[in-house]
Design a protein around this ligand. Structure first.
Ligand code: GDP
Length: 307
């Protein structure tokens, strides 16, 4: 993903440049190590992982007597990649199922959750485009009935991408009813995938749990819920992490979409969020456009971080 690397590098990030500056010194002083640590913390790698990383790096540098800054950098790169964990399965499950008697196809359902403003609706639109390009038939469900404009925004994405959007005519309609209608429509039309956009009000955990729980229940009556994607705004740092915890608890999240990576050097949140939730980052948002969604690739990501 040269594009990701380019964007991360161009995002005005002091991270890559700072790391490079520290790591290019002939001999790393105590101050340099502190600076390295601070740089990783500023990139939202998180206190725990940053501490482990620095300790491991220091001990390798000492034990192996590494002097060459390029080698130190290479070791840091390896360690970061390991932290991001290349062994995780990041594929999206969008494989349709079958009815109980095996006679007909039922669509795979992808539920998209997260706090409002993180980029849920945009992600649904972009994802629809990717799936359509791969030859899948897609239906969108506008179950964010809380925000009046959300259904319009999703419908606009639907027409742009050439897929049907199921929505309610009323504001404040029952989101589970819309999700149900969307999945039903997907079944009836033999669609491969139904993407369901939801509202993300976080004031009240019990309310969110009720709402998402009900949506899950009605969906799974009709078709397999194959993915629950949590959309996280990469620019929100630790706050985003707290939100992520709540959603992971209530929504059974299977993958994370990290949006707005084009606008931040704080991509280290990937490390923190995966470690915290035990759920892989599967996709990244790299802009507002229809083509700005990419699979998450650990090596490219780390190279982008390091600049
Ligand atoms: P929702 O409330 O979670 O559905 O969020 P929206 O999809 O409406 O997105 C909120 C804003 O973030 C919109 O202005 C989007 O264009 C913007 N946005 C979404 N994803 C990205 C991304 O990856 N990069 C950038 N720069 N902006 C994004």
């Amino acid at each position: 993903l040269a594009r990701l690397r380019g964007r991360l590098a161009r995002s005005g990030s002091p991270l890559g440049a700072r790391l490079l500056a520290v790591l290019s010194r002939d001999h790393l002083t105590e101050d340099d190590w502190d600076e390295l640590e601070e740089t990783l913390l500023l990139a939202d790698v998180g206190a725990g992982p940053t501490g482990e990383l620095i300790d491991a790096l220091r001990s390798r540098v000492r034990v192996e007597g590494v002097k060459d800054p390029a080698v130190v950098r290479a070791i840091l790169r390896d360690q970061l990649i390991e932290l991001v964990d290349p062994s995780l399965d990041r594929s999206l499950n969008t494989v349709p199922g079958l009815t109980d008697d095996g006679s007909r196809q039922v669509p795979a359902v992808v539920l998209v959750v997260g706090v409002n403003g993180t980029g849920k609706t945009t992600t649904v639109g972009k994802l629809a485009r990717v799936l359509v390009a791969e030859g899948s038939t897609v239906v969108l469900g506008a179950a964010d009935t809380f925000r009046a404009a959300a259904a319009d925004q999703l419908t606009t994405w639907g027409s742009r991408v050439g897929v049907h959007t199921v929505r309610s005519d009323r504001d404040g309609a029952d989101p589970a009813a819309v999700a149900f209608d969307a999945v039903r429509h997907g079944r009836e039309t033999g669609a491969d995938v139904v993407l369901v956009d939801t509202a993300g009000r976080l004031q009240n955990k019990a309310g969110l749990m009720d709402e998402l729980g009900k949506i899950r229940r009605v969906i799974t009556k009709e078709a397999p819920l194959t993915e629950v994607l949590l959309v996280l705004d990469a620019t929100t740092g630790q706050n985003g992490l707290n939100q992520a915890r709540v959603f992971a608890e209530v929504a059974g999240v299977t993958g994370i979409v990290l949006t707005k990576l084009d606008g931040t050097a704080k991509g280290g949140i990937v490390v923190a969020v995966q470690r915290e939730l035990g759920v892989p980052v599967k996709l990244v948002g790299l802009g507002e456009g229809a083509d700005d969604l990419a699979p998450f690739e650990p090596e490219d990501f780390v190279d982008g971080l390091l600049g």
